[in-house]
Design a protein around this ligand. Structure first.
Ligand SMILES: Cc1ncc(COP(=O)(O)O)c(C=O)c1O
Length: 322
């Protein structure tokens, strides 16, 4: 199904999930962002405390490869989801869905170890809910090794995938892929139409995007340049103790800044200075995560090794000048 924005795709995904499961509960991560409609803003805790969470929404700690050992990651995330299911039920609410951004963009960018989502997805399904993969940020080849973020996690097949942002490369185009059996109840019971969703101009834009990704080998480019970039950043970490962690996949890279490497204390104030220092030198990026101390590096898919070197050199200068 096609929509015009990612928010609309997530909103529709929840309506479909509720029709399918006859349940209401939604589980998201603690600093998630999923969009702007009323129901989805209520499931987007990163919007801040003045946007209240919905009564049927529960949050769970996101995976954190910097602080949780890899072998415990899947269990820890699943334990959070199970606790959220129990809490929903304690309040008389049955779980309808677990919705996650599959690289946890707004929680701080967590991609590893591959496989850490599987146990949590099993838990939501066992409880009668479905798994919605929000691919609005990681989708369309950005992670380099797979076209969708969820594909990093072997054998993981979502019940609904939502997509947007890069799908039209600037043109407002978003949508959902849905298992037919998950869509059946909504298709039968709910009237639905969308004036601009799936219009011929948007479809042409989307087809052109897919053609360019394929023709210009942009997924392989994301993998190659992303690796080069992470290597450059890891070298910087040898000289700048503010850098605590370099992580990510393809051209979705997180650089976590800490004031104390032992205690892994978030360097929130320093991160703002780094973002602004980079901006003054014409390098635009932002900070992500609950403590806003992870540089979110998500450049255009045509980013080159030369561009990556410029980014690393500029960051080097900014860090040296702090
Ligand atoms: C993970 C994620 N989901 C959904 C959205 C909402 O998409 P849109 O801004 O197109 O409504 C965003 C936008 O930033 C996003 O990052």
């Amino acid at each position: 199904m096609f929509t015009c924005t990612g928010s609309e795709a997530n909103d529709l995904a929840m309506r479909i999930a509720k029709a399918h499961t006859k349940a209401e509960g939604l589980i998201v991560t603690r600093f998630a962002y999923h969009g702007v409609t009323e129901s989805i803003a209520q499931a987007s805790p990163s919007l801040g405390r003045f946007v209240q969470l919905g009564k049927t929404v529960r949050t769970v700690p996101a995976p954190d490869s910097y602080r949780v050992p890899p072998e415990e990651q899947g269990k820890a995330f699943a334990a959070g989801v199970s606790a959220a299911i129990a809490d929903l039920r304690a309040h008389g609410v049955q779980p309808a869905a677990l919705m996650v951004d599959t690289v946890f963009s707004s929680d701080g960018i967590f991609t590893d170890p591959a496989g850490f989502l599987n146990e949590a997805v099993a838990a939501i399904r066992e409880a009668g809910g479905i798994f919605i993969a929000d691919e609005v940020q990681p989708g369309l080849g950005r992670t380099g090794d797979a076209f969708w973020g969820f594909m990093r996690h072997e054998g993981l097949v979502p019940d609904i995938v939502t997509m947007g942002k890069p799908l039209g490369n600037g043109h407002p185009l978003a949508g959902l892929a849905i298992r037919p059996e998950v869509l059946a109840a909504f298709g039968r019971e709910c009237r639905y139409f969308n004036t601009f969703g799936g219009n011929p101009v948007s479809m042409a834009a989307g087809m052109a995007v897919l053609d360019v990704i394929e023709r210009e080998g942009l997924m392989a480019n994301a993998q190659r340049v992303g690796r080069h970039l992470r290597t450059g950043l890891a070298k910087l970490a040898e000289r700048h103790t503010l850098i605590g962690d370099v992580r990510g996949a393809g051209l979705f890279v997180g650089l976590e800044l800490v004031t104390d490497r032992q205690a892994r204390t978030p360097a929130t104030a320093e991160t703002v200075r780094v973002v602004n220092g980079l901006r003054e030198r014409q390098v635009l990026l932002s900070a992500t995560g609950e403590h806003a101390n992870t540089l979110k590096i998500r450049p255009p898919m045509v980013f080159s090794e030369v561009n990556a070197d410029l980014l690393v050199e500029t960051l080097d200068q900014v860090l040296a000048g702090l």
